[in-house]
Design a binder for this molecule. Sequence first.
Ligand SMILES: O=C(O)C(=O)C[C@]1(C(=O)O)C=C[C@@H](O)C=C1
Length: 372
Amino acid sequence: MTDTRTLDQVRADIDAIDQEIQALISRRANCALRVADIKLEQVQAARERGEPDAEVVYYRPEREAQVLQRIMERNTGPLQSENVAHIFREIMSACLALERPLQVAYLGPEGTFTQAAAIKHFGHAAIPVPQNTIDGVFSQVESGECNYGVVPVENSTEGMVSHTLDNFMDSPLKISGEVEMPIVHHLLVAPEVERESIVKICAHQQALAQCRNWLDLHWPSVEREAVSSNGEAARIAATAPGVAAVAGDMAAELYGLDKLAKGIEDYPDNTTRFLVVGREEVPPSGRDKTSIIVSSRNKPGALFTLLDPFRRAGVSLTRIDTRPSRTEKWAYVFFIEFEGHLQDQNIREIVAELEEQSILMKPLGSYPRAVL
Ligand SMILES: O=C(O)C(=O)C[C@]1(C(=O)O)C=C[C@@H](O)C=C1
C-alpha cells in the first residue's frame, strides 16, 4: 500500500513515536537504577558473609557486549545495524552513568584517536581523563583514581605498541575490552594558512610512519617532527602558522583546523586496536578473547612447545608477538591472544599446560570481542 500521509501527518507520527521512545528510555533508566541497588545489596550481603573486600562492579562489559550483539542481530533495517548499536551504546552509557559515572583514563591530550576509542567503547556519558603517557594511564587505574583506562596496542601498518605491552609485564591490571578504530589521517593547518608557508609537519611517530609514502611524495623537503601525540601536533599547528599536523577528525574539530589534504594514510584499511584496562576480571560473554604473557627458556623448539597445546585443542590464535625480556632470567616473552575465556574448560587445560612448560605465565584477562 502506498503511504498517503501528508508531511504534517508524518511529523505528527514522528512526535508520537518519539514520545513513546522517550518513555521507554526512562523506563529502561529506572531499571538500571534498580540494577544498581541490587548490586549494592549483593555486595553488602557478601561483606556480611565475611568477604570484606567485596566491591560493587557497576560496569559489566560482558553484559554490554551481549546487549549490543543482540541489537545488531535482530535489526531488520532500514537503519544499519551499526548505527542502531551506536544509539543503544549511548543509552547504556547514560544508564550506567546513573548507576555510577565512570572515570576513564586515556592516552591524551584531547583529540587523540585514543580518546575517540574511549568514547566509542564507553559512550559520551563516561568522564574522559587525559594522561600524558601510557604509564600514566596504567597508574591512574592501578591507584583507583580512574575506573578504567584505554591504551593503543596494535596498528595494522606499524605493528604492536611496545610500550603498552611492556606495561602489562609489571601491572596487576586486567584487560576488560578491546576497541578497533579505523584510522584516517589528514594534513591539518590553522585557518587561512597557505600551503607555501608550511615549514614543518608534526605528528606522533606512528602517524608519520603510517603516512610516510604520501609525505615523501607530496612534502619531500619539509621537516618532520615526531611529537608526543597527534593531539599535541594539532595543538601546535593551531598556534604556530608554519606548522602542519597529521591527525584525525577529532583533533581537527577540537583545535578548529582546516584540512589541507584528507585521508593521507598509506593503507586505506589502516586500523588501530586499543585495549581497555581495569581492576576486575570479566565473566564470559560467549564471544571472548584472552590475552596472556608467556615466557620460556631459550632452547630449540621453545615456541613450538608453547603453541602446540592451542593446536591440539583447536583454539585459534588471534595475535602473537615477542618482546625482549627485561630480566636476564627470561629469554623470550610472548604476548599471545586467542579465542575463548579463561573460565572455559579447554582454555583452563591449555593454561595449566603452559604453566608447567614455561618459566612465566601471566593471564592478562579475558574480555568480549569488539562488537562495534
Ligand atoms: O546489567 C547491568 O549490570 C547494568 O548495570 C545495566 C546496564 C544497561 O544499561 O544495560 C548498564 C551498565 C552495565 O555496564 C551493563 C548494563
